[in-house]
Design a protein. Structure first.
Length: 410
């Protein structure tokens, strides 16, 4: 099951593509094993679809990552949806999102049902810390591979370093956006590129008319749901309103969404602060996107609908904006990225993204994973298994979790 030899032939003459069912299977495995947050997820995706399956080229994958950095919502989930679209269109996007999101959403909804019992068992477990350690190795491997490809010269290497320094000095979501824009300006002013080759691995089988319809729907829902919710006193509409707006307006993804979710659920009295913090702790322990925390919040809310139904409503509402935006923009993206000025800007953006990944790697992945010499030893071992022995990432996750549990017990 790889892109070099399965089933669906691309209409543009490219290599055969994965089917929606194959994408569901691949992303379900990733959803069960992708620990470490958004930056680690990008590393897992790159290893799976660029290095192993060769579904996308390095530069096409980097361009997709760069685009998703500009969009509101969870960047790693959007990259997964984009990969799904390039392979199997809209069904591929749904399959990728479902596979990657379902495991953590189910775990968090179950946790919501038994929060008082499970909370103590999750906290402080040795194997849990091992998942943070292996994320260090996975992200380091991904950043190193992307840096070699996207920062091959002195100019782009310098741009990446400056981006990392700026984000460490200005660690905000708006800081990330400004740095990416500066990276694009740097590319326009100081970088040059040859003509873009005809072949691309990022084929988008969606019409521009369909893309435009999705953009219009995104805008209509963003402004229409609050109006309807204010006129019709219904808790389901209120949930849709608050969680759709969170998914539409948060830039940076990951932990940036937490204050907005707290405002959307704790401030109106729907979720107690203790329950919110308990769910936040559990969300750190599960694989997949942090945005699935919305499923937990929907399940523990006091007003109905709550439980499974509330979890599904909140989960769908927070991810829907990302889905609509990606379907709306990707049909126009291929033509834009072929323009020479856009290509040079993208070269600068990609270098800046590498720098951003380095900064986020230090602040969120390294500092939470490497707390002792034992952690450093375990992290080096995991890095060696990934890079030298080419062990599959899911197996490295399992081995590192076991190693951490053993180390914690001695």
């Amino acid at each position: 099951m790889n892109c070099a030899a399965p089933t669906n032939q691309d209409l543009s003459g490219g290599s055969p593509k994965l089917s929606a069912l194959q994408l569901l299977a691949v992303f379900l495995r990733l959803g069960l094993t992708s620990f470490g947050g958004p930056v680690a997820h990008l590393g897992y995706f790159r290893d799976e679809f660029v290095t192993r399956r060769k579904c996308l080229s390095e530069h096409d994958y980097a361009d997709l990552v760069a685009l998703c950095q500009f969009l509101p919502g969870p960047a790693s989930s959007q990259v997964g949806m984009g990969i799904g679209i390039s392979q199997a269109g809209v069904p591929g996007a749904l399959a990728a999102w479902t596979g990657f999101t379902l495991p953590s959403a189910l775990i968090l909804i179950l946790f919501a049902y038994g929060v008082s019992t499970l909370q103590g068992a999750v906290a402080g477990a040795g194997w849990l810390h091992g998942l943070k350690v292996v994320a260090v190795a996975v992200v380091a491997q991904a950043i190193w591979g992307m840096a070699k490809s996207l920062c091959p010269d002195r100019e782009r290497g310098t741009a990446a370093i400056l981006a990392a320094v700026l984000l460490l000095a200005w660690p905000t979501a708006w800081g990330q956006i400004v740095i990416i824009l500066l990276g694009g300006l740097f590319g326009l002013l100081f970088l040059t590129t040859d003509a873009v080759p005809d072949h691309t691995t990022l084929h988008i089988p969606i019409s521009r008319r369909f893309g435009l319809a999705n953009i219009v729907l995104f805008i209509v829902l963003l402004f229409g749901i609050p109006i309807v919710a204010s006129l019709v006193p219904n808790h389901t509409l209120a949930l849709l309103d608050r969680f759709y707006r969170v998914g539409s307006l948060v830039f940076g993804g990951g932990h940036v969404v937490l204050p907005l979710l707290q405002s959307a659920s704790v401030a109106p009295g729907w979720v107690g602060k203790d329950l919110f913090l308990a769910g936040y702790g559990a969300a750190q322990a599960v694989p997949g996107p942090l945005f699935t925390f919305a499923a937990y919040l929907g399940a523990v809310m006091q007003p109905e609908p709550h439980g499974w139904l509330g979890g599904v409503i909140c989960l769908g509402a927070i991810f829907l904006p990302s889905f609509l935006l990606l379907l709306g923009i990707l049909p126009f993206w291929e033509q834009l990225r072929r323009m020479k000025s856009v290509r040079t800007a993208l070269m600068g953006v990609n270098a800046a993204v590498v720098g951003l990944l380095v900064a986020v790697f230090y602040t969120t992945v390294w500092q939470s994973g490497i707390l002792s010499v034992k952690d450093f030893i375990l992290g080096i071992a995991a890095f060696g298994l990934l890079t030298l022995w080419k062990i599959p990432p899911w197996l490295v996750v399992v081995l590192t979790a076991i190693g951490s549990a053993v180390m914690a017990s001695v």
